[in-house]
Design a protein around this ligand. Structure first.
Ligand code: ADP
Length: 242
């Protein structure tokens, strides 16, 4: 139901940049606790939709609802979402513990409470032993787990992830996929995940939204989009056409 905590509802969403329309009249509903992937070729509008949900980009028309509340004109910091990017965006001169606790500090959480929550957060991503290090002393996979811990510490209802594993090599990527899925189950929040990698989308997600040219061609479970592609494009993109 559209008003449930953690739901994301987009209706009639359109985004134009000058004469170019990147997102066209798009509808999408993500259920609370769902892992939904936006899958599609480069330039199909996935990141633009994610940025509109986060509030970094303003929709030309249409509405965004989070937990049933219309946030179309709400600034990013006042939305109950957080974002993890491919490039981690950690502060280079802060220790790992300071990076993870940053959001709590901005919010005014007391120091003792912060220390406790940072420790718990680091344990969740199995990196409590790196608390005093600097980001450059960590591997790519570790940095991405820290970015995840930092995003989750504020307990958002919805986490937006933009190609979070895109910078990792294949082996690490596969390992991180498993961890990401485990963490999502543990914390039980809604994940909206952008990827151009179909294997990743189909492995991780409860449902996949297949993007093409600013539109969603099909939304369904991995099995549905694979076994019953509803358009030529979906069949071709998933490599089923001869
Ligand atoms: P995807 O994430 O699927 O690769 P994007 O949402 O990043 O696609 O981009 C969709 C289209 O919108 C692309 O053609 C891109 O060049 C264009 N676009 C995205 N942001 C801007 C912008 N700020 N100004 C102009 N065009 C943009």
């Amino acid at each position: 139901d559209a008003a449930a905590p953690g739901s994301v509802s987009l209706s009639g969403l359109t985004k134009s940049f000058g004469d170019f329309t990147a997102v066209r009249d798009l509808d999408l509903h993500v259920a609370p606790g769902e892992f939904l992937s936006m899958l599609g070729p480069s330039g199909s509008g996935k990141t633009t939709v994610l940025r509109i949900i986060a509030g970094f980009e303003e929709a030309t028309s249409g509405t965004v609802r989070l937990s049933g509340v219309d946030v179309t004109r709400t600034p990013p910091h006042a939305r109950d979402v957080n974002t993890v990017f491919q490039d981690y965006a950690l502060f280079p001169h802060m220790t790992i513990a300071e990076n993870v606790g940053y959001g709590l500090r901005v919010k005014g959480t007391s120091r003792s409470e912060r220390v406790e929550q940072v420790a718990e957060s680091l344990r969740r991503v199995r990196l409590d032993h790196v608390a005093d290090r600097l980001p450059h002393q960590l591997s790519g996979g570790q940095r991405q787990r820290i970015a995840l811990a930092r995003a989750l510490i504020l307990r958002p209802q919805v986490l937006l992830l933009d190609e979070p594993l895109g910078a990792l090599d294949k082996q690490l990527r596969e390992q991180m996929q498993i961890e990401l899925k485990q963490i999502q189950r543990e914390v039980g929040i809604t994940f909206v995940f952008v990827t151009h990698d179909q294997e990743e989308a189909l492995t991780l997600s409860d449902r996949v939204a297949v993007f093409n040219n600013g539109r969603i061609e099909q939304v369904g479970t991995a099995r549905e989009v694979y076994e019953e592609p509803q358009t030529e494009f979906v069949a071709r993109f998933l490599g089923l056409s001869n």
